[in-house]
Write a protein that binds this ligand. Structure first.
Ligand code: EPU
Length: 420
């Protein structure tokens, strides 16, 4: 298991480009199950979750190969059952994204129930209720969900909670349904909108993605096409928080600043300077940081995927910052590790009160999930001395070569390789 050794304190300065968004690329890959012709996904990030999805697709009869950062997908692969086994699904919840496309295209899907994960229980009841509304017969047995439908039929369905992958699953399923589907209370994340753009390229008829209500007119078949995924706002946001945290000066290039607005407002509010153009953002900080409260919420609220990194930032801010996690019930595991580095944080359920500023000192810490790992790496940059962040495989699920990007920004970070 690899770890990162970080020598702090560092000051991040320079330009950095985020890769394509992991959470846009994953549904884009799943959409290949709907494609009647080859699909090319451009700017796909070289992260572990994508490799897991490629393995799953291979198992389902879709072969893929890299050409630089472009992924070619087409028929092939090992076999083509309609079955997503536990061994693959357990390592990545986003595997559930194959459920909608398989049911719509092949009339049958058998997908292992993802179960809980480090950040919470994460049910998929809304995915299932939506598929049932589209006419699928859904059964649960032996830890698997099985969905059957000769042809899905357009419907009106209202999500009880806005769910990102749930909206994506139904968007893909409804694209091949007979008739019109209207989805309400949809997730409005840019990644959902990006998937809709890809599906439209493939021949789907979709209106309203990115908003609360999406209308899909089903078609008989979909083709292939070429699609460039949007830049990763969470990866980019992590480096911008790093700039504010280390009193640095970082410009994020080839970005979509609008998708980062909730973070940029928070950064301005706590004393960083933010300037932006159409496709770049620069964050600098010369003076002291002051605390600013944050409550996570579905888009366009403050993203839960940047909450842990923001908590690291608040350890260096004057005053008491209250950070409330409303999306997942167990996403504060970084707090205990930050405390080992000297942070003063009182945790009450999903609410963290961060008293700052505190002097952080390097320590050996353990990553528990993807974004918690990013938080600990950032804290290591701000800390005095050596920090070792263990279990960096969590980080590799969603950040492409983070150590190289940080080194290019002036940090001292090295990957310590240890055979598993
Ligand atoms: N929920 C339900 N029922 C459902 C689905 C969701 O109650 O059927 C609840 C969840 O338990 C949670 C809330 O709804 O409390 C929102 O969950 P959502 O379904 O939107 O999350 P997700 O689709 O499983 C995606 C991202 C996550 C990100 C969340 C929230 C992908 C592949 N994953 O997960 O990304 O945190 O949306 O924005 O898109 C990450 O990248 O680190 C990550 C965890």
């Amino acid at each position: 298991m690899d770890s990162f050794r970080i020598h702090g304190p560092a000051r991040l300065a320079g330009a950095v480009r985020a890769g394509g968004a992991k959470n846009a690329a994953l549904p884009a890959l799943a959409a290949s199950l709907l494609a009647g012709a080859p699909l090319e996904i451009e700017d796909a990030p070289r992260v572990r979750d994508l490799e897991t999805m490629r393995r799953l697709l291979d198992h389902l009869g879709v072969a893929s190969r890299w050409e630089g950062s472009r992924l070619h997908l087409g028929p092939g692969g090992a076999a083509s059952p309609d079955d997503a086994p536990y061994e693959l699904v357990k390592t990545m919840r986003a595997s559930v994204l194959v459920l909608g496309p398989l049911t719509a295209r092949r009339g049958h899907a058998r997908v292992s129930l993802p179960g809980g994960c480090a950040i919470g229980v994460r049910p998929i009841d809304q995915h299932l209720a939506g598929l049932e509304a589209l006419g699928a017969k859904v059964t649960l047995a032996h830890g698997y969900v099985e969905a059957r439908a000769e042809r899905l039929i357009g419907t009106r369905f209202r999500f009880a909670v806005p769910t990102v992958t749930g909206t994506e699953n139904l968007l893909m399923a409804a694209s091949l349904a007979r008739g019109v589907t209207v989805l309400e209370n949809c997730a409005r994340e840019p990644e959902v909108e990006d998937l809709a753009r890809l599906l439209v390229t493939m021949g789907a008829r979709i209106e309203g993605a990115g908003g609360d209500s999406i209308r899909i007119e089903g078609v008989d078949s979909l083709g292939g096409g070429r699609h460039r995924v949007i830049p990763d706002r969470i990866e980019g946001g992590t480096y911008l928080i790093g700039a504010a945290l280390t009193g640095g000066d970082v410009t994020l290039t080839e970005a979509q600043p609008v998708a980062l607005l909730p973070l940029l407002e928070a950064l301005t509010g706590c004393g960083a300077e933010v300037t932006r153009g159409e496709n770049w953002v620069r964050v600098t900080r010369a003076g002291d940081l002051s605390s600013r409260d944050v409550v996570t919420a579905p888009y366009p609220g403050f993203p839960t995927d940047l909450q842990a990194q923001y908590v690291a930032l608040m350890t260096q801010a004057r005053g008491v910052a209250t950070v409330i996690e409303t999306v997942f019930e167990n996403r504060m595991q970084h707090v205990a590790e930050l405390a080992r580095m000297g942070a003063d944080i009182r945790l009450d359920g999903r609410t963290a009160r961060i008293h700052g500023p505190t002097r952080l000192s390097g320590a050996s810490v353990m990553a528990t999930d993807l974004r918690a790992s990013a938080c600990l790496v950032l804290a290591g940059l701000a800390a005095e001395g050596e920090t070792v962040v263990d279990r960096i495989y969590h980080l590799d699920r969603g950040y492409e070569a983070m150590e190289n990007r940080l080194v290019a920004l002036g940090a001292r970070v090295e990957r310590v390789r240890r055979p598993d």
